[in-house]
Design a protein around this ligand. Structure first.
Ligand code: PGA
Length: 242
């Protein structure tokens, strides 16, 4: 039985005052759904005191050393975080992260006892040239370590063209990719059927119920609509009701 997961990715948003929003989200009765917020690293320690899971947005592959501006998985765990995102498309694009780098970061997350939310997804031009499933295969094979399991890894399918754009794939498109990811995981890992697979990209209260009705969608990774309790709690409720 896969536990449903509503995950919020705050990206580079949120000052100290935003902890009030996080507290309101944490206080909401999630009805059995796991709730995770990945705030900026500056807010992790404060938010770790709240009754919900918190996670980093990225981690370095090494545990410590001369890597100015980076944060290690061990440091994330030290704040009280239990998750970290790896391979978000904004990291892949803005910081040139490759599948091999993401694999190493994900291994570092495992070593620090963090659950990794490994993000994958195609660009618009890849979709338009029918390369979506090939891209998904390459990213899954390259970014997800052989030591991944349903206990330490969540997959987030986020089409790059749907992130922050208000554009959402059709239900059939989401269903096709999630079924494909499930099949690949089941082939590669003995517990592949138990991995949680999240959809991400322009999830809002208005489309959440529809998206959560799709087979093999075990929750969502939400950016913009996770920043306030008013926007995020209806998404948690829709997931609980699905
Ligand atoms: P969005 O972002 O919900 O604002 O589209 C999703 C993400 O990047 O994780």
């Amino acid at each position: 039985m896969r536990r449903k997961l509503a995950a919020g990715n705050w990206k580079m948003n949120g000052l100290a005052a935003a902890v009030t929003e996080a507290a309101a989200i944490a206080a909401y009765d999630a009805n059995g759904v796991d709730v995770l917020i990945c705030p900026p690293a500056t807010l992790l320690a404060q938010m770790a005191t709240l009754p919900m899971s918190i996670g980093g947005q990225d981690c370095h592959a090494r545990t410590s050393g001369a890597h100015t501006g980076d944060i290690s998985a061990e440091q994330l765990a030290d704040t009280g975080a239990t998750y970290t995102l790896t391979g978000h498309s904004e990291r892949r694009t803005d910081h040139g992260e490759t599948d091999a780098m993401i694999n190493a970061k994900t291994m570092a997350a495992f070593a620090a006892n963090l659950t990794a939310v490994v993000c994958i997804g195609e660009t618009l031009s890849e979709r338009e040239t029918n390369k979506t499933l090939t891209v998904i295969d390459t990213q899954l094979a390259g970014s997800v370590p052989d030591t991944a399991s349903a206990a330490n890894t969540v997959i987030a399918y986020e089409p790059v063209w749907a992130i922050g754009t208000g554009k959402v794939p059709t239900n059939d498109q989401i269903a096709q990719v999630h079924a494909h990811i499930r099949a690949r995981l089941s082939k590669r890992f003995s517990d592949g059927a138990d991995f949680r697979i999240l959809y991400g990209g322009s999830v809002k209260a208005s489309n959440a119920t529809e998206i959560f009705g799709i087979v093999d969608v075990d929750g969502a990774l939400v950016g913009g609509a996770s920043l306030t309790a008013a926007d995020f709690t209806p998404i948690i409720a829709a997931l609980a009701a699905s």
